[in-house]
Design a protein around this ligand. Structure first.
Ligand code: ADE
Length: 330
């Protein structure tokens, strides 16, 4: 590939970034630990949703030692609503390693932490350790395939490897700014849905997709598989002032998290039905179409854990798939 196109584009990008970058909480007082927390939270989750949660998480767990000393329930509670809960478990495990051995100082060391893949390792190394380690996610691939008008399929691992090698070859000494500038361009200018804001782009004079008026033809992706639809019944089961919870299975979707009694298809009769409503929740590969029922039970049925409304709010992490039904808990 023509590396000069990208190497000439580095300085204009850095200049643009220094002027237009958003003021985001993880861009202040950064340490390798806070960068790791931010990058794990930001995987699969929108910046707007992460901002406040990042601040709260670090207020609860300001150091790797503090996080390492917490219980899994506490960590999951702090992650409540962010989704992809294995990230929280991995971060907890990583904190234990870091608390014992110190933060790694090489790419390989960071990459070996639990839950850290090439992207997160690249981001943390570039942003917090000053290492020229590319962090190539879907946003960066969108920006680069447009710059090059490159029709390679970005779902193909070879495409990611090709652009990672290209980035590595042009990495400037300002590793943190370069890494975040690429992400920033993808987030606020070279956006995924709808027309990109090319008028504000530092690359508008050199971007091959833009010059051809073909921005929206890139990136090229594989066709998405249709989501599987699962019909389910969710029972907010109440007995006096307590509510029934159960733990999801240890493997699979929302593994090991708490939920209201959940049944694929119809639910058995558990008591008197007081209210019913419908809600859906969309996961990456599955869509839940849920019927929610508020049910008055005659006794605290054995398979469940019975908790007060306050305990549910303060100690049990309830995935946001069930949020539509929490209005019945008071
Ligand atoms: N997305 C992933 N990492 C990010 C970062 N450091 N800043 C903004 N958006 C991001």
């Amino acid at each position: 590939m023509d590396a000069k196109l990208l190497s000439d584009a580095v300085s204009p990008l850095l200049e643009w970034y220094r002027i237009y970058k958003r003021d985001l909480p993880w861009r202040h007082g950064r340490t390798p630990y806070t960068a790791l927390v931010a990058e794990l939270m930001l995987q699969q989750t929108r910046v707007e949703a992460v901002k406040e949660r990042y601040v709260r998480f670090l207020a609860s767990f300001p150091t790797p030692e503090a996080l390492a000393a917490a219980s899994e329930e506490e960590v999951l509670k702090a992650w409540e609503g962010l989704g992809y809960y294995s990230r929280a478990r991995h971060l907890h495990a990583a904190a234990k390693v870091i608390a014992e051995q110190g933060f790694p100082t090489t790419f390989e060391g960071v990459r070996a932490l639990p839950g850290v893949g090439d992207y997160t390792a690249g981001a943390v190394c570039s942003i917090a350790l000053g290492l020229p380690a590319p962090a190539v996610d879907g946003n960066v691939l969108r920006v680069l395939t447009r710059l090059y008008a490159d029709p390679s399929n970005i779902d193909d691992g070879a495409t990611k490897a090709k652009f990672a090698a290209l980035l590595k070859a042009v990495y400037p000494p300002e590793t943190a700014d370069f890494c975040e500038a690429l992400m920033e361009l993808g987030a606020i200018v070279c956006v995924p849905n709808g027309a990109p804001a090319c008028g504000g782009c530092p690359w508008q004079k050199v971007c091959r997709a833009h010059l051809a008026g073909r921005e929206e033809h890139f990136p090229v992706r594989s066709e998405k598989r249709a989501r599987k639809v699962v019909n389910a019944t969710v029972c907010v089961l109440r007995c006096g002032a307590k509510y029934a919870l159960e733990k999801r299975p240890a493997k699979g979707l929302l593994a090991g998290l708490w939920q209201f009694p959940f049944f694929e298809g119809e639910a058995p009769a558990l008591g008197r039905v007081l209210a019913e409503k419908h809600a859906k929740h969309i996961f990456t590969h599955v869509e839940w179409r849920m019927t929610g029922r508020l049910v008055e039970a005659e006794s605290e049925l054995a398979p469940y854990t019975w908790v007060t409304a306050r305990e549910l709010r303060e100690t049990y992490a309830l995935p946001s798939a069930f949020r539509a039904f929490t209005e019945w808990v008071r």
